[in-house]
Ligand binder design. Sequence first.
Ligand code: AMP
Ligand code: MG
Length: 491
Amino acid sequence: MPLIAFDNSYARDLPQHAVPWQPATPPQPRLLYWNAALAQELGLDSADIATETLAAQFSGAVLPDGAQPIAQAYAGHQFGGYSPTLGDGRALLLGEVIDSRGQRRDLAFKGSGRTPFSRRGDGKAALGPMLRELIIGEAMQALAIPTTRALAVVATGETVSRERPLPGAVLTRVAASHLRVGTFEYFANGEDEDALQQLADYAIRRHDPALLDAANPYLVFLDAVCRRQARLIAQWMHAGFIHGVMNTDNMTISGETIDYGPCAFMDAYDPATVFSSIDERGRYAYGNQPAIAQWNLARLAETLLPLLDAESQQQAVAQATEVIHRFVDHYREQWLAQARRKLGLHTAQDDDQQLADDWLALLQAQQADFTLCWRYLADAVDGDGARLAAQFADPAALQPWLARWQQRLAAEPQAAAARASAMRALNPLYIARNHLVEEALAAASEHGDMGLTLRLLDVLADPFTERDALERYALPAAPELVAGYRTFCGT
Ligand code: AMP
Ligand code: MG
């Protein structure tokens, strides 16, 4: 029996949307990481399979039976400018599997060599960025934030040249699909309306089958994508997550976070925070993410115009515009609902938005650690505000807000003990802090030591339960490390 029961609908249904292509052969594949839990979810029984076999099959050395590797075509707006041809320049879709919950999932390589879309790139990936993608993806998963995930990371035994020579790796990525806003942009210049419609129909079948019978399926599909993104971005904001490169080719139709490049979790709360070294103007700063998501969705809406109303372009624009405007409402609704739960509120009152806004304004004014302040709110419910107060440069500044919040809590039916534990189950203690990620990546890349990466993955798999001896994983980096921190694009 083959290891993976592939069922490759993209290759089958959309042959002109991708190019069949073979991965490069790695000289010396070595399995560095295998996600056994995810493998099981995919119905992939790997327990009795030799490590060497996994290394060969998840690196391009020997393709798993049933894989039909293709390079997918897509375009994209990068930092606002349009690139008509991007595509899988260093990735290949191997195919799809139906997982244990009946969901179709993509399996794709990243770092598997040049393709027709590689332009000047080498098609390869360095180990460090692949491990960052692994770590942040698993951290997001544990925070219940929709994300693509790494099934395997295999060292290729090859050196890739970046600013300096680095060890190469191939990551196997699992995704609800690799359909991006940019995939629609590629087929949307009016030249091949059939190709566009086939893509849209495929996306609806795959992600929104309930909409197939709608009066205007493409319009409700656009709305469904907007709602998924509104929820996702609200989750990012509440986790202090900064994606870093929200180009339209890095935004999914499924609502999963994808393409972890120069991304990071924020330490001290400041909406202007930018991590990416290439984001000189702060386009993708933390506080801009909702507006950028809406901008990207407007690009998706433009691609769908010919399908929305074949007779009247004006009608199509009016309908699409209304849907895109509603993104703001969806986002605000999601943000507030999530904020209430993080604050321990189960009922809704008119002033809750203000209460949440004032809390964040306080964190910003005090340059307090975002994650720890949310986390230690639960201590205050238990009557011990010491750890919370210690996060504030001027603890007295916290008191008026705290009094307001406690007064608001008095109107809640829930008992205090239940509230504190519900809050701790939503406000993580352990996040993938930059210095922890960097030390893990450096150990693996420079010394071939995966120990810190595995340890960090282990901590982040349960971000909500405080554990003895893990204090250093909860703390922000020393201030001198935080100042001017930048993640690099990692290509
Ligand atoms: P990313 O920055 O990973 O979102 O990629 C943006 C575009 O550049 C995509 O079309 C990638 O396939 C392409 N790309 C990134 N890195 C490489 C590389 N090393 N070789 C070829 N293409 C690449
Ligand atoms: Mg990308």
